[in-house]
Design a protein around this ligand. Structure first.
Ligand SMILES: [Zn+2]
Ligand SMILES: [Zn+2]
Length: 118
């Protein structure tokens, strides 16, 4: 069966391996990262398909703003180095991503670029 478009999305609760938060599934999409620390695990080839056997820790490296989608979290896999982006879920009514955590990633990133100022 060709499944380039209709791949199976597994949207299930998980426990964050970094901060041990119980993460509920999104009703409005597929969340693959922790709303508290924004880390994720490299288990998907496409979002939600659980087809990757890497299993490395996906570390939030950067936040980018997409005109349509809003904040996107850029993850880098600690094991294989793959770069992935995932939409931030700041408007999730049950378990929104923490704005503080988003800002923290942004801050670290700008420190990294500009060096320490102020
Ligand atoms: Zn976490
Ligand atoms: Zn990986």
């Amino acid at each position: 069966m060709p499944e380039s478009r209709h791949f199976t999305v597994i949207n299930e609760p998980f426990v964050c391996i970094v901060c041990h938060t119980q993460v509920a599934p999104l009703r409005t999409g597929c969340r693959n990262h922790c709303p508290v620390c924004l880390h994720s695990v490299h288990v998907d080839r496409f979002p939600g398909d659980r087809q990757s056997d890497c299993g490395g820790l996906l570390v939030p490296k950067e936040i980018v703003q997409d005109g349509k989608k809003g904040f996107m979290i850029v993850h880098r896999c600690k094991s294989c180095g793959e770069i992935r982006t995932n939409k931030a879920a700041l408007d999730d009514p049950e378990q929104p991503d923490q704005m503080d955590a988003i800002l923290e990633v942004m801050k670290n990133r700008s420190l990294h670029i500009r060096g320490r100022r102020g």
